[in-house]
Design a protein around this ligand. Structure first.
Ligand SMILES: [Zn+2]
Length: 482
């Protein structure tokens, strides 16, 4: 339901997960295993000992959320986040620290309010979806028409929708792999287009989130050329229940919605990069990615302060070993993942010639939960490395999943160019309680889970940087248009 290009914006790792890429032959467990050099195995064990003995990861998230906080692309917070990241990477001793400029779209949230006017008047907790146009200053009013999701909406006769406010009410399910997100996020991404095609005035959705708190979850929507741009907002889960209960009464439900959000041109942001230069093959690169931007409602602790900390701390732990890795480790803190993948696109576009020397890429963008599975997407000729790499992760209790790795939203741009990617997937059972909401704050970060992730990412990144041979390019099948 989502693709990287023309995708529902800002949907994180799950966008790529649902993209339906297939790797050549990576779905069956490889029969043979290659042997890693003893030095690589010993370094993995040493890294795991060191991370267990002490990790700076939580301190990094605390620093980012305390000293910067919300950092929506193009905002003052975003600019301060870039400065924070440059200073942090320099202070931690990274090489070649730089901010590579990236143009990002700017959007101003303004204010949002919603109320049921009839049959039983009540105020509702609501937030604008990212990128939404505003309503008229005085707000708009209309009768509610409920549909579970976009597919159901598309089956309604136009006259049932025209002049009304569409309510998409489907609930996201909870799960360790966060797959409920991919199933419901089209309501956010495509709801405004589907509703406008049928002449709706506006759309409100049940938040794409699993929390029962009375806070709404934002996230980007899409508009389509040639289709009217209508205002779109998300209700908190309990307010979606309330609206659904009034609709279920069978009486006409009148809703009022007022949004003052608007687009505001472009601004400059940056991908922030720091490296641990390889001692033998410095031009060959292993990317450790996360995104620096966040939505504006919380402080971006879980999304993606946690990933920023995992990437930085994993690389720092490797740098602290007595010997440098053979290849270069490159931490890339991507600009504007949430509102258009600007940084990921700029990074890949600027490096078409270098991508053959990107040995592999990893990304952390699913909160601070423990790592619950390892997946790979490598060329068929390199599959024998996968069980060898997995054996290094076994002391951390991480099972191998034979499904091909998706990579994630930001490194998805590299995966499309054939760069091998690996997934170390965080347990997302609780992540979507706070994701994109005002509740995404430091207290939600799971310190033990975060350090488990640091150990896993450090183990894998170190082994990849020291692999005896380079990895071939993967065959990427373009998903059929969806
Ligand atoms: Zn994210």
């Amino acid at each position: 339901m989502t693709r990287i290009r023309g995708a529902v914006l800002g949907v994180g790792v799950l966008a790529a997960m649902s993209a339906g890429w297939a790797a050549s032959g990576a779905s069956a467990p490889p029969s043979a295993s290659a042997a890693l050099p003893e030095r690589v195995v010993q370094r993995a064990a040493e890294l795991q000992r060191r991370v267990a003995a002490g990790s700076e990861a939580f301190g990094i998230v605390a620093s980012l959320t305390t000293e910067v906080g919300p950092r929506l692309a193009g905002s003052d917070g975003d600019r301060r986040a870039v400065a924070w990241a440059v200073a942090k990477l320099r202070a931690l001793g990274f090489d070649n620290v730089r901010a590579e400029p990236v143009n990002v779209p700017r959007w101003l949230r303004g204010e949002a309010s919603a109320a049921i006017l009839a049959p039983w008047p009540q105020r509702l907790v609501v937030v604008a979806l990212g990128g939404s146009v505003g309503t008229p200053d005085e707000g708009l009013r209309g009768e509610v028409v409920e549909a579970a999701n976009v597919a159901v909406l598309e089956e309604l006769p136009d006259e049932a929708v025209r002049g009304r406010i569409v309510f998409l009410s489907e609930r996201m399910s909870r799960g360790i792999d966060g797959s409920g997100y991919g199933k419901t996020v089209p309501n956010r991404g495509r709801g405004a287009i589907a509703a406008a095609r049928k002449g709706a005035l506006a759309v409100v959705i049940r938040s794409i989130g699993t929390g029962s708190h009375r806070l709404a979850h934002t996230g980007a929507l899409r508009y389509e050329e040639g289709v009217a741009r209508i205002p779109a907002a998300a209700l908190s889960n309990p307010d979606a229940d309330l609206l659904a209960a009034q609709v279920a009464s069978g009486q006409p439900v009148q809703l009022e919605l007022r949004l003052t959000c608007r687009a505001d041109g472009e601004a400059e942001s940056a991908n922030v990069i720091g490296e641990i230069t390889g001692r033998e093959l410095p031009d060959e690169v292993v990317v450790l990615g996360a995104h620096l931007d966040s939505w504006d409602l919380g402080t971006g602790a879980e999304d993606d302060g946690a990933g920023v900390a995992v990437a930085i701390e994993a690389a720092r732990q490797i740098a602290a070993l007595p010997e440098r890795p053979r290849r270069t480790l490159r931490v890339v803190l991507f600009a504007n993942e949430e509102f258009g993948l600007s940084g990921a696109r700029a990074y890949a576009a600027a490096r078409a010639a270098e991508l053959p020397h990107h040995l592999a890429a990893l990304e952390s963008d699913l909160g601070s939960g423990r790592i619950h599975r390892f997946r790979a997407r490598v060329a068929a000729t390199d599959e024998a490395w996968v069980p060898a790499l997995h054996r290094l992760l076994e002391p951390l209790g991480i099972p191998f999943d034979p499904a091909p790795a998706s990579g994630g939203a930001d490194i998805g741009q590299l995966a499309r160019a054939g760069v091998p990617v690996f997934d170390l997937s965080h347990d997302a059972s609780r992540y979507f309680d706070v994701h994109h909401s005002a509740n995404d704050t430091l207290d939600k970060v799971d310190r033990a889970g975060l350090d488990h992730a640091v150990a896993a990412y450090a183990t894998l990144a170190s082994a990849l940087a020291d692999l005896p041979a380079p990895l071939g390019r993967t065959v990427v099948e373009t998903p059929a248009a969806r």
